[in-house]
Every structure is written in C-alpha cells, then in structure tokens.
Design a protein around this ligand. Structure first.
Ligand SMILES: *[C@@H]1O[C@H](CO)[C@@H](O)[C@H](O)[C@H]1NC(C)=O
Ligand SMILES: *[C@@H]1O[C@H](CO)[C@@H](O)[C@H](O)[C@H]1NC(C)=O
Ligand SMILES: *[C@@H]1O[C@H](CO)[C@@H](O)[C@H](O)[C@H]1NC(C)=O
Ligand SMILES: *[C@@H]1O[C@H](CO)[C@@H](O)[C@H](O)[C@H]1NC(C)=O
Ligand SMILES: *[C@@H]1O[C@H](CO)[C@@H](O)[C@H](O)[C@H]1NC(C)=O
Ligand SMILES: *[C@@H]1O[C@H](CO)[C@@H](O)[C@H](O)[C@H]1NC(C)=O
Ligand SMILES: *[C@@H]1O[C@H](CO)[C@@H](O)[C@H](O)[C@H]1NC(C)=O
Ligand SMILES: *[C@@H]1O[C@H](CO)[C@@H](O)[C@H](O)[C@H]1NC(C)=O
Length: 475
C-alpha cells in the first residue's frame, strides 16, 4: 500500500515544483522490485498538481526489494524514511549522508549488509533503526558522532565479534540503546555511564563479560536494563544506588556467582527493598547464593520476580506481594527452606507459581491451593507434608498442577473435579492414600495424569479411559 505522503510547505523558498521532484519518483520506483505493485500509483501522485515537497517516505511492509535508493536524498526536505520490513539489500550507499535533513531512518527487517562510514555525518538524525538485517561487519565507532541521536537500535544482526565502541558514550541525548544479539564481546565500556538521558538499555544475548562498570550507576533516568544471557560477572560496591527510575531489571543467564554483594548491578539490595518503581526483577540462572532480605517487595510494586536456578537459601521473603501486584513468582531450583509464607495466600494477583526443586516443608497453607488466578502451580520436588486442601476448589484458573515428589498425605479431594481447566496433574511420589475421587472424570481437558508411587487403593474408575484428551496416564 502506498504511503508516500506529500506535505505542503509553508515557507515559499523551500517549495520544489513537481517537475523537480517528480522524475526522482519515477527513477526510485523503477529501482525497486515491486511484486505486489505497492508503488503502482506513484504516477498519479506526481501528475496531480501540487505545490508541496516530499517530506516523509513510509514504505514499510510493502514487500519491495532492491538496494537503498540514494535518489531519495534528492528530496531536500525529507526528514523521515521508513522501509521497515522489506527486502532492501546490498550495502547502504556512502551518499546516504547527503540526506541532511533526515531525522528518522528505519531500515529494520531488511537484508542490508554494511554500515557506511558516512553515517557519522548525519547532522539531525534522531532515530536510527537497523534491527534485523544482515550487517556483518562491526558496529562503527563513528556512530558516536551522531550527537543528535535519541534512539539507536541495532539488535539482531550477525555482526562479526565486536566490542561496544566507547565513543557511543558521547551520545548524551540517547534514550534507547538496543544491541540485543549483536555478537558483542569484551566489557561494557565505562563511557556508557555518560548516557544521562538513557531510558532503555538493552545488551541481552551477547558475549559480554566482566563486571558492569560503576559508571552505570550514573544512569539516573534508566527505566529498563536488559542484560540477560551474557557472561557478566563480579559485583561492585558503590554508594547507594542512583537508579531511581528503574522499573525492569533482567540480568538472567550470566555468570554472577557467590554472594550477591550488598550492591549488585548498581543496585544495593537495600535499595531494591525500597525501590518504589521496580516491577520486574529477573536474575535466573546465575550462581548467586545468599538469603534474600525479608523486606524485598515492601515498597516495590513487583509483578515478576524470578531467581530460579541459583543457590539462594533461607526463607521465601514474606513481602514479595506486599503491593498486591505479584503475578509471576519463580524460585525454582534453589535451596529455599521452611514454610510458604502465609502472606502469599492473600496474593490474588498471582498467575504463575514455580517453587519446584527446593527444600520447602510443612503444610502448604490451605488458601494457597485456592488462589483464583493461578494458572500454573508447581510445587514438585520439595518436602511439603499435610493434605491437599479442599480450598483448591477456588483455583478455577488452574491449568497445570505439579506436586510430585513431596510428602503429601491423605486423599485427593473431590473438589479437584471442579477445576475444569486442568490439563496437567502430576502428584506422583507422595503418600496419598484412599480411592481416587470419582470427580476426576469431570476433568475433560486433562492430557496428563500422573499419580504413580503413592498409596492409593480401591478401584480404578473405568471412565478414566473415556477422558477424551488424556494421552499420558501413570497410576
Ligand atoms: C512484513 O510485511 C509483509 C508484507 O510484505 C506482511 O505480510 C508481514 O505481516 C509484515 N511483518 C511484520 C512483522 O510487520
Ligand atoms: C537485491 O534485490 C534485487 C531485487 O530483488 C535483486 O535483483 C538483486 O539481485 C538483489 N541483490 C543482492 C545483492 O542480493
Ligand atoms: C562528525 O559530525 C560532524 C558534524 O555533524 C561532521 O562535520 C563530521 O564530519 C563528522 N565526523 C565524522 C568522522 O563523520
Ligand atoms: C558480509 O556479507 C557480504 C555479503 O554476503 C560479504 O560479501 C562480505 O564479505 C561479508 N563481510 C564480512 C566481514 O563477513
Ligand atoms: C567521543 O568519545 C571518545 C571516547 O569515549 C573520545 O575520545 C572522543 O573525544 C569523543 N568525541 C567527541 C566528539 O566528543
Ligand atoms: C544465549 O545467547 C547465545 C549467544 O550468545 C545463544 O546462542 C543462545 O541461544 C542464547 N540463549 C537464550 C536462552 O537466549
Ligand atoms: C557520575 O557522574 C559524575 C558527574 O557527571 C562524575 O563525577 C562521576 O565520576 C560519575 N560516577 C561514576 C562512577 O562514573
Ligand atoms: C461433574 O460435573 C457436574 C457438572 O459440572 C456435576 O454436577 C457433578 O457433580 C460432577 N461430578 C463429580 C463426581 O464431581
């Protein structure tokens, strides 16, 4: 669909006649392979009398193919180009920088291969997105020369292994830096601490190693830090953190080990405890070992908290849902002990609960079985004792219930038959006794039922064979 827009310019001396700009349109049109005919009505456009000039070219999602048309830069007033999601190929021309008025250049999701040196010379560029191309060189340091940049997005390109150019620290107006999966190696340069305006800081899925530089604590505006899946290590201790705006921290899948120092990623645990904005905290799959402070969540409107696959020990912090917003709680494969805190029974916002593979013990509090929005309740591989509460009937959203390998006793309550959304139910390796409740036959969506290695007795209800979706049954 054609989205070439014409804008009337107020200032007469800038007006170009259609005769001046029209012929370029023809040439540009012919430079593309256009199987869907997206550019077919360009003719009509430029034949119409008008007095304006081309200001903005948006040809996103039009399935056009071919090299970047340098001729576009003959439109003197062009400030916006989006060729998002096409098949623009080859390398970008050096002459692209003659687009001197360009403020917004979105070439994401194409087939481009090189970033020309002339990129350092755009005098007004504000937004540059080259996400999802085939750029295979290195990230040029001269991007640090585009001092007007507010968004620099290079994610998902097969760059040759390369370091983050320290010069990018000069981009003091930058708000968004997205370098996910850019084949980055080496350390995060100190200079990035100078990005005082940065809101969104994305370096996930690279091979960065070493500590996060102290200077990062100077990023007082930063809202989102995505550093997952690197080899970052070490901690550091600086004064109380300055990251007051931080809402989302994902440092999962790195190489942090040992104690989280009291200062971690520029965040003192002390600070996290008090943070008024933090709503996502993900540290899964590191090698962290310590007790979590019980105040965690007292002030933070946590929605997602994931520390799975570490060696955290001690109590599950009691205040994780103090603000009533917690939806995802993942503590899987750690060394947590003792009881599930009673306070979590009032956490009706919970959707996902993963506590498998710890040493939690005692009775699961009755009301915890019945949280109304919990979709997945995974308590397997702990030391839980006591009964499955009849309060489970309140868990009307439950889809997956995994409670194998505990020490649960007595019967599976009849109320289980009311959980009409249940698809997977595994309670093997417990000490459950008594006959199976007939109500199980009401679970018509069940695909997996594993009750092996218990002390159940009585008749196996014949109807079990008629559960329509059941594909795995182990009694
Ligand atoms: C990309 O463009 C094609 C049309 O050429 C469209 O079908 C597809 O949905 C677009 N993809 C995205 C992510 O917008
Ligand atoms: C770029 O795309 C055009 C149009 O489909 C095609 O003719 C040309 O061979 C492609 N060039 C490269 C280097 O792939
Ligand atoms: C850096 O930017 C300035 C001003 O836009 C420009 O004059 C200069 O040529 C650029 N330097 C490089 C190396 O691109
Ligand atoms: C990048 O890809 C292009 C096109 O496939 C190729 O000609 C060039 O040698 C590659 N450059 C590097 C540094 O791999
Ligand atoms: C940009 O940053 C580099 C290294 O951080 C520095 O050496 C250089 O002088 C800076 N350039 C400008 C124009 O500020
Ligand atoms: C982690 O990053 C590596 C590349 O650095 C990639 O191969 C792997 O698929 C990523 N894993 C995840 C879970 O994202
Ligand atoms: C933070 O910024 C201030 C001033 O901008 C500077 O003096 C200080 O050294 C920076 N801190 C770090 C750890 O880089
Ligand atoms: C099965 O469900 C029906 C209707 O939802 C209900 O009337 C019946 O009592 C249930 N059977 C058992 C055994 O729970």
């Amino acid at each position: 669909m054609l989205q070439l827009l014409w804008f009337l310019l107020i200032s007469p001396q800038l007006v170009l006649s259609p005769n001046q700009e029209g012929p370029f349109l023809q040439q540009i049109k012919h430079s593309f392979d256009d199987p869907d005919g997206a550019l077919s009505n360009w003719n009509n456009r430029y034949d119409n009398p008008f007095t304006g000039s081309v200001y903005l070219v948006d040809l996103s999602n039009t399935n056009i193919a071919g090299p970047f048309p340098t001729l576009l830069c003959n439109f003197q007033n062009l400030f916006f180009i989006s060729l998002f999601n096409n098949s623009i190929n080859s390398s970008l021309p050096e002459e692209i920088s003659i687009c001197v008025n360009l403020q917004h250049l979105n070439l994401a999701q194409n087939l481009l291969v090189d970033i020309p040196m002339s990129f350092g010379r755009f005098p007004k560029l504000d937004v540059l997105s080259l996400v999802g191309n085939l750029f295979n060189g290195t990230i040029p340091s001269l991007l640090g020369n585009i001092s007007t940049l507010k968004q620099l997005k290079l994610s998902y390109n097969p760059f040759t292994p390369n370091q983050i150019p320290p010069e990018l620290g000069n981009l003091t107006h930058l708000k968004v830096l997205s370098f996910t999966q850019c084949n980055l190696v080496g350390q995060i340069p100190d200079s990035l601490g100078m990005l005082q305006s940065l809101l969104d800081f994305g370096l996930a899925i690279n091979n960065l190693h070493g500590p996060i530089p102290k200077s990062i604590t100077n990023l007082s505006s930063v809202v989102q830090i995505e550093f997952f899946n690197n080899s970052l290590s070490g901690g550091f201790s600086v004064g109380i953190s300055n990251l007051k705006a931080l809402r989302r921290l994902d440092a999962s899948m790195n190489d942090w080990n040992g104690m989280i120092p009291d200062e971690f990623c520029g965040l003192s645990l002390e600070y996290i405890v008090k943070s008024p904005n933090l709503y996502v905290m993900r540290l899964f799959q590191n090698r962290l070992t310590r007790e979590l402070p019980k105040e965690l969540g007292v002030n933070s409107p946590l929605e997602s908290f994931d520390v799975s696959k570490n060696q955290f020990f001690g109590n599950v912090p009691t205040n994780l849902c103090a603000k009533g917003s917690l939806q995802e709680l993942y503590l899987i494969s750690n060394l947590f002990t003792r009881l599930i805190p009673e306070s979590l029974c009032y956490c009706s916002s919970l959707i996902m609960v993963g506590m498998m593979g710890n040493q939690l013990s005692g009775e699961v509090p009755p009301a915890f079985w019945g949280l109304p929005h919990v979709y997945q309740l995974a308590l397997a591989g702990n030391l839980f004792s006591g009964e499955i509460s009849t309060m489970i009937q309140g868990a009307s959203s439950l889809y997956v219930l995994l409670i194998s390998e505990n020490r649960l006793i007595e019967n599976i309550p009849d109320e289980i038959g009311l959980l009409e959304n249940l698809v997977e139910f595994s309670a093997s390796n417990n000490q459950l006794t008594r006959p199976l409740p007939a109500s199980l036959m009401n679970l018509t969506r069940l695909t997996m039922l594993n009750l092996a290695s218990n002390e159940l007795y009585g008749k196996i209800p014949a109807e079990i064979g008629s559960l329509p979706m059941l594909s795995y049954l182990d009694l």
